[in-house]
Design a protein around this ligand. Structure first.
Ligand code: FAD
Length: 384
């Protein structure tokens, strides 16, 4: 589709190369199969992870340990192209790089970094991030998962819910209350007392593994705790990294829906005309294009702020709030343009539309990000 505002002209040569490489990976390896993965509720993580690793997409904005060390805009562009394939694919990469590798990279000991990061960057080890609990989602400060000292060991008890990659992970970064405050633990999933049953019957992000995590007297050595952070700012800093990927990613999902709608509108004939020749359809397409392009501009601007080292959490809330809402609106409009065909997996639209319902909720719901902006505008916190 034509880039009317020439937004991608602002990308440098390396960023364009990443864009083109990821786009062709998605075209070859994902698009031919993703409708079936979605229908069958599978995500072939073990197959795809080494390929994503060899493309340098796992922990790609981190330095060292086999990570690509790209700038933030490059990471964003990669997320955009991955999510044009499927939000489940982008979620896998976000969780691996921003939620599992990032805390080890930022807050971990040298031993933890050496043990996990090179294998995770190569896609040989898969990670997950356990923050949300059955009774504590938007308000993680109330979490009940607890790690208690026993000599120099830690004993971990509790439960997490809605954990992406949980059942397929080799390592879980788990956030738990301790006597000192919230701490992060690097938990090999083979540790006795750890279990991760998959959550079934999802109608969104079906090509993505989502699980509960249970910790039943999980004994961990002292070296399992992340030494570099105490308090909720640890997990929140990881979420800021991952939300940045969402801000870009959903532009890709929106583009896939818009492209499908434009194509369909040119070939579907009703009342002796292609439906794209009706003004009502063109109005939909024009606003979808405006929404997608504005979301792309927001993503690029926030990427430039991140590369300048000045990106603030409330700016990330702005981007997540605005871009996910825009993408979901575009997906719904595209669904209507495709008529009855819009509800089948023969086209990508309803898959993206259903996926975006999860993206609207995870990594801070729309309401929570609205409250962040409300507080930024008024100085008054309205969370409780
Ligand atoms: P709740 O917090 O119970 O919210 C329910 C509703 O109440 C929402 O609309 C919310 O906005 C609203 N609400 C809550 N508080 C307020 C308030 N103060 N004012 C106004 N409205 C309010 N978590 C992880 O830790 N790791 C993962 O890998 C992960 N992956 C996920 C994958 C999927 C597919 C999904 C669906 C979720 C995932 N999550 C993960 C969890 C996700 O982050 C939570 O679902 C999210 O934070 C919301 O929590 P909740 O579902 O408990 O909803």
């Amino acid at each position: 589709m034509d880039d009317l505002l020439r937004l991608d002209d602002r990308l440098g040569p390396d960023q364009r190369l990443i864009r083109d490489t990821v786009r062709s990976f998605v075209a070859d390896r994902v698009l031919p199969h993703v409708g079936d993965w979605f229908e069958e509720a599978v995500f072939p993580a073990r197959e795809l992870a080494p390929e994503l690793g060899s493309l340098g997409l796992l922990g790609m904005h981190l330095e060292g340990y086999g990570c690509a060390g790209t700038d933030a805009v490059s990471y964003g562009v990669a997320c955009r192209e991955l999510e044009a394939g499927d939000s489940g694919l982008r979620s896998f990469v976000s969780v691996q790089g921003s939620l599992a590798m990032f805390p080890i990279w930022r807050y971990g000991s040298d031993e933890q970094k050496d043990e996990w990061l090179p294998r995770m960057a190569a896609g040989q080890a898969i990670g997950c991030f356990g923050l949300t609990e059955p009774d504590h989602g938007s308000d993680p400060a109330g979490m009940r998962t607890y790690a208690k000292k026993d000599g120099s060991d830690w004993i971990l008890n509790g439960a997490k819910m809605w954990i992406t990659n949980g059942s397929i992970a080799d390592v879980a970064v788990v956030w738990a209350q301790t006597d000192e405050g919230v701490r992060g633990f690097v938990v090999p999933t083979s540790t006795p007392g750890f279990s991760a049953p998959e959550i079934h019957k999802k109608l969104s992000l079906r090509a993505s593994v989502t699980s509960s995590l249970y910790f039943d007297d999980v004994r961990l050595p002292a070296s399992a705790a992340l030494p570099g952070v105490v308090g909720l700012r640890g997990p929140l800093s990881c979420l800021s990294e991952a939300r940045f990927g969402i801000i870009w990613g959903v532009v890709g999902a929106a583009r896939a829906c818009l492209e499908a709608a434009v194509e369909y509108s040119k070939t579907r004939v009703q009342f002796d005309k292609p439906i794209g020749a009706f003004q009502l359809t063109q109005e939909k397409l024009a606003w979808m294009y405006v929404g997608m392009t504005q979301a792309g501009l927001t993503a690029l601007h926030l990427g430039e702020l991140k590369d300048a080292g000045t990106l603030e959490p409330r700016q990330i809330s702005f981007g997540k709030l605005a871009n996910v809402r825009a993408a979901l609106d575009i997906a719904r409009q595209a669904r209507s343009i495709l008529g009855g065909n819009g509800i089948t997996l023969e086209y990508p639209v309803i898959r993206h539309m259903n996926n975006l319902e999860s993206v609207l909720t995870y990594e801070g719901t729309q309401e929570v990000h609205t409250l962040v902006l409300g507080e930024a505008l008024t100085g008054l916190a309205a969370y409780r």
